[in-house]
Ligand binder design. Structure first.
Ligand SMILES: N[C@@H](CCC(=O)N[C@@H](CS)C(=O)NCC(=O)O)C(=O)O
Length: 203
């Protein structure tokens, strides 16, 4: 059985919890207090971070790598496109999300580093600007890749869920993005994967 070591408010862990519930197989989620991490975390992940997935002698870290593995191991419903060109484009998008959105999310998450208000505001601003650029894609598309829900929607959902929590305001022209977010948030697996601390993040 797969075991996921997961942070209860960690957006990266939320991605993996979401995929596990989408697949509907047997798994166990072990909550990790990221402010008092057990030593076992650094033994499993040299970067000392969650999420970590363990299945027998396989130990994986990095949320997107974990999610691709779960997707290949349990192909239904398929979250990576089957066409090689679309798969490559999806990986490029995932990479782009990490560089342009989630590096900023890490700044907002890394409260222990006591980032000053100015760097937090700059991170918020950059996230807002990038999300606005993505909004037109969602004007005609149900999901990031079109009609099919995919690993890209999984990757971005924890950020969209946390916009109020991170104090990020989007302008009115981001409405397609908000509608898209609601579409993801209404998925049964999305709701099941939320921890009690995440449930109260949205007003
Ligand atoms: N790129 C990683 C990021 C994981 C990450 O930043 N996890 C945070 C919690 S949200 C963590 O474990 N932080 C503990 C620490 O840095 O000490 C992924 O996608 O899995």
């Amino acid at each position: 059985m797969m075991v996921l070591y997961s942070g209860t408010i960690c957006p990266f862990s939320q991605r993996c919890r979401f995929v596990l519930f989408e697949k509907g197989m047997d798994f166990e989620i072990r909550d990790v207090d990221i402010y008092h991490k057990p030593e076992s975390i650094s033994a499993m992940n040299p970067y000392d971070k969650v999420p970590i997935l363990v299945e027998r002698d396989l130990i994986l870290y990095e949320s997107n790598i974990i999610n691709e593995y779960i997707d290949e191991r349990f192909p239904h419903p398929q979250l990576m496109p089957s066409d090689p060109i679309m798969r490559a484009r999806t990986r490029l998008f995932l990479y782009n999300f990490e560089i342009e959105l989630f590096s900023e999310v890490s700044i907002l998450e890394n409260k222990e580093m006591k980032n000053d208000e100015q760097s937090l505001n700059e991170a918020r601003k950059r996230i807002g600007e990038r999300l606005i650029q993505l909004a037109p894609i969602l004007l005609n598309n149900k999901f990031m890749l079109g009609d099919e829900f995919s690993i890209l929607d999984v990757a971005i959902a924890p950020l969209l869920w946390r916009l109020d929590y991170y104090y990020i305001d989007l302008p009115k022209n981001a409405a397609p993005l908000q509608k898209y977010a609601e579409r993801i948030f209404s998925r049964p697996a999305y709701i099941e994967a939320l921890t009690p601390s995440e449930k109260v993040m949205r007003r």
